[in-house]
Design a protein around this ligand. Structure first.
Ligand code: FMN
Length: 213
């Protein structure tokens, strides 16, 4: 009986301790998946925000949720995404979110952000200083484990770049529809990015996208 009472008090305690280790993950609000600006209007509006025009304003969690869903969210059951993947594989490019309150990995399965660190590295991942003004910086990186499932390993680099292109174009269009500023950045401090994001062995950051207003 005493043992049962002890377990009753210990279990919730252990749960909270383990959550502390796993970090403060963020459940994203439901993304906008209907309505909004029409596709052709968004195509007409798509452009890169210039560094000089970026104002330090926060993009809401609702808008971030919609942008991430557009980039690589599930749109048909468990194995259908907003972007096409070779051989029907699961996404082989990851998306990290660099925000003022830390670095997060987008988990498309649960549509949530998994905390990687609480550090604010917005000012140090891009080569261009205006990126620090962005509300969020998205980082697109190769996922070696997923790419290893391709029938021909020699296709990995090319297919990862094609997927990054599809994801980033979806971000541009969603940003246009939400009246947010976005810009693709190739220039980045690769070593800083790899260490700040704790990228797995063999993973390569391909592109950054700044998001702002
Ligand atoms: C592959 C690629 C790499 C880019 N790299 C950078 C970059 O490092 N820095 C930057 O300020 N813009 C970069 N851009 C944004 C382009 O400069 C921008 O798309 C181009 O000037 C056209 O403007 P638009 O997107 O408004 O049509 C890049 C765009 C692409 C597609």
């Amino acid at each position: 009986m005493r043992f049962k009472i002890l377990l009753f008090f210990l279990c919730p305690l252990m749960f909270f301790c383990l959550r502390g280790v796993a970090g403060a993950d963020v459940d994203l609000p439901e993304p906008q998946t209907t309505g909004g600006m029409g596709l052709f209007d968004a195509l007409k509006k798509r452009s890169s925000v210039s560094g000089g025009d970026l104002v330090p304003a926060e993009v809401s969690l609702e808008d971030l949720s919609t942008i991430l869903w557009a980039a690589s969210g599930l749109n048909r059951g468990e194995t259908g995404w907003t972007v096409p993947m070779a051989q029907g594989l699961a996404p082989y490019v990851s998306i990290h979110v660099v925000a003022a309150d830390g670095v997060f990995l987008y988990d498309y399965r649960g549509h949530k952000l998994l905390e990687i660190s609480k550090e604010n590295v917005k000012g140090s991942v891009a080569s261009q200083s205006f990126a620090a003004k962005a509300s969020h910086i998205l980082v697109f990186s190769t996922l070696p484990e997923e790419l290893g499932k391709l029938r021909n390993p020699a296709d990995a680099e090319e297919f990862a770049c094609v997927l990054t292109g599809a994801m980033t174009q979806d971000v541009y269009l969603a940003a246009a529809a939400l009246k947010l500023g976005a810009r693709y950045l190739h220039s980045m401090k690769t070593d800083v990015v790899a260490s700040a994001l704790k990228l797995p062995e063999g993973s390569r950051p391909v592109a950054l996208m700044i998001l702002g207003k």
